[in-house]
Structure formats: structure tokens, C-alpha cells
Design a protein around this ligand. Structure first.
Ligand SMILES: Cc1cc2nc3c(=O)[nH]c(=O)nc-3n(C[C@H](O)[C@H](O)[C@H](O)COP(=O)(O)O)c2cc1C
Length: 186
């Protein structure tokens, strides 16, 4: 079984995007698609890094843990809310922490917002950064508008049937890229 890590990046008080991380985790489990864990940047409570992990001396223990989970994941889902047309600084801080861990790593994005445009602008610069790092960017994006209303605090969607259909299709795209990479490597 493949192993997916979901990055939940918001450290904001009263955050809503964590609902989507919970939703996708539940969806993966309910459908037996992969094993899954959430890498919650609120819990990691990272400082603003003054150097990449491989040059830190000594390295921050929590950063080593995060790096290892990214390294061992077969694929990553990044839940990205939109902050002023970009992604949260907490997320860029965590992306720039690592180098080799991103190389050839399939990464899929779920963009979220409490507005009607689903935070789609947030990922443009992030996709570019990750592609510079050699990540495999999954073209399918799950776009989720009005998340404060369409999901509850536990990540249960208001319209489960419709949302699950989209979510499964999105996750299957990520799994396709994971398997394609395996075939190329094998
Ligand atoms: C600093 C800040 C900037 C925001 N900028 C945008 C934006 O440019 N476009 C948008 O659709 N929503 C924007 N929003 C609304 C967020 O998408 C919404 O609050 C979302 O829930 C944020 O994720 P979070 O609750 O997990 O922090 C912004 C929110 C914050 C806090």
C-alpha cells in the first residue's frame, strides 16, 4: 500500500483549512486508497528557518522528523489556503527547508478559501518553487471554495457524495503519478 502525507500548513488562530486535511485523510482511509498521515505545521510549530535543514548544525529535531516523513512518503498532498494571492508563509518556510526530499516526489494540491474562488491563485508560485526542486507536480488540483460553510470542523463535507466523487478522482491522479514513477524506476 502506498503512503501519502498531507501537509496542513495553516498556523492561523481559528484556521479552517485543516478541515480539508482531515477530510482527505478520512477519504483516503474510508476508501482504502493508501496509508495516510497529516503533517500539521501548527503542531510542528517551526521557527522561521534561517537555513535549510541540511546546513543546520545542530538540526532542529522537529525539522528532521518532518523531512523524514516527506522523504518516506510515496506522494504528498498540500492543502493550500490563499493568503493575498499566495500561500501561507508557514508553507513556503517548510518547502524551502528541504532540498533532495522534494526531488521526484509526486505532489498534488488542494486549494482552499472561504471565498468563492477556492484559493486557486495560491499555488502558482508554489508549484513553480516545487518544480525547481524537482518535484513531480500533479496537474489535477482539487479546488474547494467556501470551506467554512461546506465542511464542518471535523472535515465532514455538507455534500459528501459529490465531494467524495471529486476527492477520489483527485487522489487517484496522485496515485497514478506515484505508480508511473515506480514503473519508471523499476
Ligand atoms: C492573511 C489572509 C489573506 C487572505 N487572502 C485571501 C485571498 O487572497 N484570496 C482568497 O480567496 N481568500 C483569502 N483569504 C481567506 C482565506 O482563504 C480563508 O480565510 C482560509 O480559511 C484561510 O485558511 P486558514 O483558515 O486555514 O488559515 C485570506 C485570509 C487571510 C488570513
Amino acid at each position: 500500500m502506498k503512503n501519502i502525507a498531507i501537509i496542513s500548513p495553516s498556523v492561523r488562530t481559528g484556521r479552517n483549512s485543516h478541515r480539508i486535511a482531515l477530510y482527505l485523510k478520512n477519504l483516503i482511509r474510508e476508501n482504502g486508497l493508501a496509508s495516510v498521515e497529516i503533517l500539521d505545521l501548527l503542531r510542528y510549530n517551526f521557527p522561521l528557518f534561517n537555513e535549510r535543514l541540511k546546513y543546520q548544525d545542530p538540526p532542529l529535531k522537529e525539522a528532521v522528523d518532518f523531512a523524514e516523513r516527506i522523504r518516506t512518503a510515496d506522494g504528498i498532498v498540500i492543502v493550500s489556503p490563499e493568503y493575498n494571492g499566495g500561500s501561507p508563509a508557514s508553507l513556503k518556510n517548510a518547502v524551502d527547508l528541504l532540498v533532495e526530499e522534494w526531488n521526484k516526489k509526486p505532489v498534488a494540491f488542494a486549494t482552499v478559501s472561504d471565498g468563492m474562488f477556492a484559493g486557486t491563485q495560491a499555488i502558482i508560485s508554489l508549484q513553480f518553487s516545487l518544480s525547481k526542486l524537482g518535484a513531480i507536480i500533479v496537474p489535477s488540483v482539487m479546488r474547494l471554495p467556501n470551506i467554512d460553510k461546506s465542511f464542518d470542523e471535523n472535515g465532514i463535507p455538507a455534500d459528501k457524495h459529490k465531494t467524495d466523487k471529486r476527492g477520489i478522482a483527485f487522489l487517484k491522479e496522485l496515485l497514478w503519478f506515484i505508480e508511473a514513477k515506480d514503473r519508471m524506476a523499476g
